[in-house]
Design a protein around this ligand. Structure first.
Ligand code: 5RP
Length: 232
């Protein structure tokens, strides 16, 4: 029996959905990495596409693979974005930002016609929030936001780097991330609204009504594909 990496299975499957002439949003993280690798292969085989990356890391990877990058000045909409998630529920609400790219990921998702969420089976949950919710905050006054999170009944960790001597993690946008424990998130839209209105919050890792397609990769090499209209 085959024991493939479900992230690679999902990422490869999604990348194969891209067609000539498309503008593609490139996600961030270990699952999106496989999708970008496959897109690079397809570009070498002749696929005509251009891409907008959601992080400096994905931009570097794409550039090394010869994928043409464009900016928002050249693009009104994105045809397909392929991105991972830390969790996704039955309503296709996603919890994202484990890789620190939530702000750019949400901007890209906001102009995407078909947002494809690629995950391994462990990411599909009933209630969001077992994975701490990333909240991007301006460095100035982050403890103020942190205290608001506590007032909402949660706790938080100020994200650190994974270096031998950790320092405060800084996003591509120069901000900090509070990883917030707010499980169970029973009303994601309301929580997103409550957090977004706090002064100092730049973005919240809840993506409501943004995913159109969910691709779950399995270790046997198969994928299950669900479109939002047919999911429930
Ligand atoms: C990055 C993200 C990622 O999509 C999310 O963290 C999933 O990552 P991985 O594919 O490595 O499990 O939101 O900001």
């Amino acid at each position: 029996m085959s024991n493939l990496n479900p992230k690679e299975v999902a990422g490869t499957f999604a990348a194969n959905l891209v067609q000539d002439g498309m503008t593609v949003g490139l996600g961030t993280g270990s699952t999106a990495w496989f999708a970008i690798q496959r897109l690079g292969e397809r570009v070498r085989e002749g696929l005509q596409m251009r891409a907008i990356p959601t992080s400096e890391a994905s931009a570097r990877q794409a550039t090394e693979l010869g994928i043409q990058l464009v900016g928002f000045d050249a693009v009104n909409h994105i045809d397909i974005t392929i991105d991972g998630a830390d969790e996704i529920n039955a309503e296709f609400c996603m919890l994202k930002g484990g890789g620190g790219a939530l702000l750019r990921e949400k901007v890209v998702a906001s102009i995407t016609k078909r947002q494809i969420c690629i995950v391994d089976p462990s990411k599909v949950v009933e209630f969001l929030g077992t994975f701490p919710l990333p909240v991007e905050v301006v460095p100035f006054g982050w403890p103020v936001v942190a205290r608001h999170v506590e007032a909402l009944g949660g706790s938080y960790t100020l994200r650190q780097t994974k270096d031998a001597e950790p320092t405060t993690y800084v996003t591509d946008n120069g901000n900090y991330i509070l990883d917030c424990n707010l499980y169970p998130i029973t009303d994601p839209p309301k929580l997103e609204q409550n957090l977004k209105m706090l002064p100092g919050v730049v973005e919240v890792g809840l993506f409501i009504d943004m995913a159109h397609t969910l691709i779950i990769g399995n270790p046997d090499g198969t994928c299950s594909l669900k479109d939002k209209e047919t999911a429930n």
